[in-house]
Ligand binder design. Structure first.
Ligand code: FES
Ligand code: FES
Length: 168
């Protein structure tokens, strides 16, 4: 009878929301599991687990990425940002505040991923137009809102972030 052995794990070093992190992960562990179960960063949600719904979206080196399609080992040396990084203590970011104000969420399951995609968009394209916003949202499934309030909130946040008029 084969002898059962403990699964091999490897040390990982990366940056999570601005802090250096050291963790251990088995070769097949997903980034979602590393974040949620090993580190306790449960803001990243897991929905479909096969890259369709977008709930698990985080930023890796500033780019939106599906954490459910990313191996934990791929975090090595990278800069990872999750939804936990957006608020400053109890103070919501302009994007989060616009979502709250514009009723852009109901159950909120999709929201963390959507916020991370929109945050990445506005970091690189502060003047993103509605078409670009809708394109960024195209990789996200929301079963509650019908998307209109999400687009409205994104437009409001964009204008607040760049200090212009609110056109939504
Ligand atoms: S949980 Fe990753 S895309 Fe759905
Ligand atoms: S707010 Fe419920 S899935 Fe989007």
């Amino acid at each position: 009878m084969p002898r059962l052995t403990a699964e091999v794990t490897h040390e990982l070093n990366f940056t999570l929301n601005g802090r250096k992190v050291t963790a251990r992960a088995a070769p097949r562990m997903l980034l979602t599991d590393l974040l949620r179960h090993e580190i306790g960063a449960t803001g990243t949600h897991v929905g479909c687990e096969h890259g369709v719904c977008g709930a698990c979206t985080v930023q890796i080196d500033g780019e939106p990425a599906r954490a459910c399609l990313t191996l934990a080992g791929q975090a090595e040396g990278r800069d990872i940002r999750t939804v936990e990084t957006l608020a400053d203590g109890a103070e919501l970011s302009p994007l989060q505040d616009a979502f709250r104000e514009q009723f852009a969420l109901q159950c909120g399951f999709c929201t963390a991923g959507i916020l991370m995609s929109l945050d990445a968009l506005f970091q690189s394209r502060p003047d993103a137009d509605e078409g670009e916003i809708r394109e960024a949202l195209a990789g996200h499934l929301c079963r509650c809102t019908g998307y209109a309030p999400i687009v409205r909130a994104a437009l409001v946040a964009r204008d607040r972030i760049k200090g212009g008029p609110i056109d939504a």
